[in-house]
Design a protein around this ligand. Structure first.
Ligand code: COA
Length: 371
């Protein structure tokens, strides 16, 4: 009797599967998050988003001249073609931010003189426009859909431009520093779903624009980037720390996922959380109101007790952004404004050493049969 062939190895959700090589970032349960070897806790609140973006794209910290030129190029790329602003004005009221952002970035490809060129130099030029304009589309779309004119302020650092593009007010220095830290924490995270999706598209030698649009599509779901908007809804619903335990127990009894908890890699805690928790504590102290910090910490206690699960970055990003007066509907687009640096770094790395990403499936359908 012939033996049936051994089933090939299969890991649902690709859990634990090594799906490629990358020098950009390492995510480990025990040693945490590193960008090109720099531990996130050592750099997140020490350097600007421009420095982090350069590091992710070039593998080294920029020298002062490189940083100045990079900031100049990012600023120069900020303005949107008038047709894109016109297009944003055509969307119906209530269009979700991730929908106008994804569509806006896709439409911008038609205006890029390097479209269709996938060599390293062209990818770097398009990356600068993509990083700059992810923020421009996010802010312009938000203002347009709220009956206001977009504000184009290319002559300031990206985090300041992001804040001013939403509120219309020049942000205070400390707020810009907080936003830089948030952006730095969100900038890159190895083979997360959106980055992997971008690499799959890039591996067909498609342009960087469709790769980034693919990433934006993957980002919006609640199990990935969409969690930071929903975490804010949860914090509002819980309200006070004393409500956290009954609220969590009721949600778990309905088998609901608690937003901002759990992670595929970090099983003993997300290495970005201590920095973000500290940031929240500082903002709460400035505002003289610890409510959101107390709610988050109580949720952490209850989730560890009930499920053995730990907070991820999105739990603490939600209240930080809320206290900076960012509308929660922009939490996920803001994640995209930062992560676009990591996405582009990965697309470039993929296309520099390309082999098409084409895995196999384990067939579970009927055996061969006739009509
Ligand atoms: N709330 C409730 N239960 C959760 C949970 C959460 N946030 N996260 C994981 N679980 C449960 C799973 O349902 C699973 O339970 P089961 O064994 O009874 O089926 C168990 O914990 C183990 O899950 P795990 O295999 O570790 O999750 P994953 O790697 O497949 O998924 C996430 C990881 C991040 C998608 C998942 O934790 C999640 O949905 N979190 C909430 C959304 C979120 O915050 N996303 C942002 C991630 S940075």
């Amino acid at each position: 009797m012939s033996e049936s062939p051994a089933k090939p190895a299969y890991s649902p959700g690709l859990d634990g599967v090594i799906a490629g090589e990358s020098a950009i970032c390492s995510v480990q349960a025990d040693t945490g998050l590193h960008y090109y070897g720099y531990g996130i806790e050592g750099i997140a609140d020490q350097i600007t988003f421009e420095q982090v973006a350069w590091l992710l794209l070039h593998g080294e910290m920029p020298n002062p001249a490189e940083l100045k030129e990079f900031a100049r190029q990012l600023a120069a790329g900020a303005a949107l073609p008038p047709a894109i602003v016109q297009m944003l004005k055509c969307f119906p009221k209530g269009t979700r931010a991730m929908d106008y952002l994804r569509t806006g970035i896709s439409a911008l490809s038609a205006f890029d003189p390097d479209l269709g060129h996938v060599d390293h130099a062209a990818n770097l030029r398009k990356t600068i426009r993509l990083i700059s304009r992810m923020t421009s589309v996010t802010t312009a779309g938000w203002r347009v859909l709220h009956g206001q004119e977009p504000i184009v302020t290319g002559d300031m650092p990206l985090s300041a431009r992001l804040l001013m593009g939403i509120s219309g007010q020049k942000p205070e220095e400390w707020v810009v520093r907080v936003m830089d830290t948030v952006m730095n924490l969100y900038a890159e995270h190895e083979f997360n779903a959106s980055t992997f999706a971008a690499r799959v598209t890039a591996s067909t030698l498609a342009d960087i624009y469709p790769a980034i649009v693919t990433a934006l599509g993957a980002l919006e779901g609640p199990l990935h980037g969409g969690a930071n908007e929903r975490a804010m809804t949860m914090l509002r619903n819980v309200g006070l720390a004393k409500n956290a335990e009954p609220w969590v127990k009721a949600a778990l009894a309905k088998r609901e996922k608690i937003m901002g908890f759990g992670h595929r890699v970090y099983k003993k805690g997300d290495s970005r959380v201590p920095v973000m928790r500290q940031l929240l504590a500082e903002i709460c102290r400035r505002k003289g109101d610890n409510t959101l910090l107390e709610v988050c910490q109580e949720l952490e206690r209850v989730m560890e007790k009930e499920k053995g699960l730990f907070a991820n970055l999105d739990l603490y990003a939600a209240p930080v952004l809320n206290l900076l007066e960012i509308p929660p509907e922009l939490n996920t687009p803001l994640f995209a404004c930062a992560r676009v640096a990591g996405w582009c770094a990965h697309v470039i790395e993929q296309q520099d050493h390309n082999r098409i990403i084409r895995p196999r499936s384990l067939y579970t359908g009927p055996a061969p049969r006739s009509m």
